[in-house]
Design a protein around this ligand. Structure first.
Ligand SMILES: NC(=O)c1ccc[n+]([C@@H]2O[C@H](COP(=O)([O-])OP(=O)(O)OC[C@H]3O[C@@H](n4cnc5c(N)ncnc54)[C@H](OP(=O)(O)O)[C@@H]3O)[C@@H](O)[C@H]2O)c1
Length: 194
């Protein structure tokens, strides 16, 4: 890329572009949504699908997960996920979690993860964290559950965002009476910036 820089201004511009790409396309989002892109109700998941839990573990194991304090509270005994580096967002300055790192702002998070490989950083919820970190994601792994649940937590509908494109879709699967499939979305502008 730099070989194509003809002037010092080109060089500076290309350096800025690379830095922006590094800062903005560093994470993957992983979530399970219903037909309205709902993800939760009254602080809990909408539904638990065993196969989806296994898929979630397959993607995140040995990697770094980023989550909000309220989502951590929903985990068994409020404990971080094992075999993963857990980074929790909380505004409470004295909040501490055993076997996890706590950050107090998105800026602090970005500083902490700046050297982590793009493919190893997973945003795992909940709603407020998905919304704040979606701009930093280049890929989204979405479990689409074919149902409409009563819900009060949502993620942005990537099918309605022209910067996002579903590039891979699994077969429809069933768990008891629940139908679901996996969709991999990529941010188109992230690909162009390569
Ligand atoms: N379907 C799925 O895939 C999925 C996955 C995960 C979660 N969920 C669902 O999502 C819902 C929870 O979402 P939520 O939005 O209520 O909670 P959340 O995003 O999990 O956590 C919110 C908390 O994170 C902290 N926080 C958020 N932004 C921050 C920032 N910029 N700086 C510092 N701290 C920050 C604050 O903690 P403090 O209050 O401690 O300051 C805030 O109260 C639940 O229903 C859960 O089951 C669904």
């Amino acid at each position: 890329m730099f070989a194509e820089a003809k002037t010092f201004c080109d060089y500076v511009w290309q350096t800025v572009c690379l830095r922006v790409r590094k800062v903005w396309n560093i994470m993957k989002l992983i979530a399970a949504v219903d037909n309205h892109w709902a993800i939760g109700y009254k602080g809990q998941l909408l539904v638990s699908i065993r196969a989806d839990q296994i898929n979630f573990k397959k993607h995140t194991i040995n990697n770094t997960v980023i989550l909000g304090r309220k989502t951590l509270d929903t985990f068994p005994n409020g404990l971080p996920l094992p075999q993963r580096r857990n980074i929790i967002l909380s505004a409470k300055k004295d909040y501490k979690v055993k076997n996890a790192e706590v950050v107090h702002s998105v800026d602090e998070l970005l500083e902490l993860v700046k050297d982590v490989n793009d493919d190893e950083l997973f945003v795992i919820g909940g709603e407020s964290i998905y919304r704040q970190l979606l701009p930093y994601c280049h890929e989204a792994i979405i479990t689409k559950i074919d149902y409409v649940y009563q819900a009060d937590a949502f993620v942005p509908n990537l099918d309605e965002d022209e910067d996002w494109e579903c590039v891979e879709e699994s077969e429809e699967m069933t768990c008891f009476d629940i139908s679901f499939k996996y969709c991999k979305y990529i941010r188109k502008s992230a690909q162009k910036a390569e």
